[in-house]
Design a binder for this molecule. Structure first.
Ligand SMILES: [Zn+2]
Length: 97
């Protein structure tokens, strides 16, 4: 059996062991919510992977939010229209005065 000619010095041992270290975990940013996540894995916060909700988390809330946004937009439009009409009425009333 082959035997080392010399004992490995402290320096050589330590130089070899400099590579035996843990690297920081690679992270990416979720394209949906912006959370820092592991690559090639579904987002633990929103459940999205490759633009799809694969874990079906907050599905109801998401759909609700979309509907709410639409309804809010409609309400805002109605408000603006009512404001416009009220403004017109005000102008008319001013004109009459
Ligand atoms: Zn996410």
């Amino acid at each position: 059996m082959a035997v080392p000619f010399r004992r490995t010095s402290k320096t050589k041992k330590r130089m070899r062991r400099t590579h035996l270290k843990k690297d920081a975990r690679t992270t990416v940013v979720c394209s949906n919510c912006g959370e820092v996540i592991q690559p090639h894995r579904a987002c633990t916060k929103c459940g999205f992977y490759k633009g799809k909700n694969v874990l079906n988390r907050e599905e109801e809330t998401k759909s609700k939010t979309v509907k709410e946004v639409k309804t809010e937009a409609v309400k805002e439009e109605k408000k603006t229209t009512t404001k416009k009409t009220s403004a017109k009425k005000e102008t008319k009333s001013k004109e009459t005065k």
